[in-house]
Design a protein around this ligand. Structure first.
Ligand code: GLY
Length: 371
């Protein structure tokens, strides 16, 4: 199958996202033209290393590239100061210089942490993203947001640092557990919902067999990346339009906090539930037809995904407490609740002043559906 190449045009910081099967096995040839000298540092996690690292190292060495590798523990807990310090000091020990390349090989945690390490190492070295989850391929590896979590919250320390290349090898998605695949799919659906109704129509038909049809999977990843690239090109540092990528995220962040960032709710699952709630909120505000939230929920259901608060196991806080958690979101500006709402499928916009009592009632109704 031919490779898709999606350019991200950002002047001197421009790069390509290459999407297709077998890219890990070709990584040496893809990356070699970027190298000033034939060496690279790869940072990954233990789960990805066990499955795919030998192939990546072999592909780089086949091009005469000397490879040093660091494997960090898998999981969100890695994305904090201790492993960040370890990563930066290891890169310094490897004598990675400003003209060298660091390779982030893993999901969102590795991409964000290694990207941030590359941003600050010697005041900035180039890095390549090789994302290994659907979520990282369609969202976090593209657009240059890097960072770590602190005790105060998620992603509160970081930098905009664009990669020099992204290699999205769709073959690795076969090894993802179904739940992780579907969590990443939550972000794919988000692109259709926020700005491309025809893509959502296509997902309604193609979504259920996406994981087993590699041509459809490649199309879904490419279209998602194209949409993200376009938004990032127009608004790299999130002064305006980039906020649309946060469709569903105000609800999601509150639900993630309420469930302790545990495996009761994966990020992509929270995004899917959040998108459904954002469409319901839009409909209650008279912005879109009743049909829109029903269609969103029907599609998520047909995928076997979590759709509503009723699908989250265990207790949830009361509506007012969830509302308070939303008030702590990074997207709150001057204490006003900022939501991404929609005039229909494919037509999202930023709403600055959504009445909190309306959101409270929406959450009360959603919590009542759990009983
Ligand atoms: N994941 C949202 C963004 O990159 O802006």
């Amino acid at each position: 199958m031919a490779l898709d190449v999606v350019p991200v045009a950002l002047g001197a910081r421009s790069y390509e996202v290459r999407v297709g099967p077998g890219l890990i096995d070709r990584a040496g040839a893809e990356i070699a033209p970027l190298l000033a000298r034939r060496r690279a540092a790869v940072v990954t996690d233990d789960a990805v290393a066990a499955l795919h690292l030998p192939r990546l190292v072999a592909a780089l060495e086949a091009e005469g590239i000397t490879v040093a590798t660091l494997s960090l523990p898998a999981g969100e807990a890695t994305k904090g100061w201790p492993q960040f310090t370890r990563c930066v000091e290891w890169l310094l020990d490897q004598k990675i210089e400003r003209r060298d390349i660091v390779i982030a090989f893993g999901g969102g945690v590795i991409g964000d942490l290694v990207g941030f390490a590359a941003a600050v190492l010697r005041r900035g070295v180039r890095f390549v993203q090789i994302p290994t989850t659907l979520l990282a391929q369609v969202d976090s590896s593209v657009g240059g947001k890097t960072g770590i979590n602190t005790t105060q919250g998620k992603n509160l320390v970081g930098a905009f640092h664009q990669p020099s290349l992204v290699l999205a090898d769709i073959s690795v998605l076969n090894s993802l557990p179904r739940r992780d695949f579907l969590a990443g799919y939550g972000e794919v659906v988000k692109y259709g919902l926020l700005g491309d109704a025809a893509f959502f129509d296509w997902l309604e038909a193609a979504g259920p067999t996406l994981a087993i049809r590699s041509d459809d999977l490649q199309h879904a990843v490419r279209r998602s990346v194209e949409m993200k690239a376009g938004i990032v090109e127009r608004d790299e540092t999130e002064e305006g339009e980039r906020a649309l990528l946060n469709l569903g995220h105000t609800f999601c962040h509150a639900l993630e906090k309420a469930t302790g960032y545990s495996d009761r709710l994966l990020h992509g699952e929270g995004v899917a539930i959040g998108c459904a709630l954002a469409f319901e909120l839009s409909q209650r505000l008279g912005l879109c037809a009743q049909e829109a939230p029903s269609r969103v929920r029907a599609h998520l259901r047909s995928m076997g995904m979590k759709v509503d608060l009723a699908d989250i196991p265990g207790d949830l806080p009361a509506a007012q407490d969830l509302l308070r958690l939303m008030g702590q979101d990074k997207k709150v500006v001057d204490g006003r609740l900022r939501f991404i709402l929609a005039r229909g499928i494919g037509s999202a916009f930023v709403a600055e002043d959504v009445p909190p009592d309306l959101v409270g009632r929406l959450l009360e109704d959603a919590l009542a559906r759990r009983r």
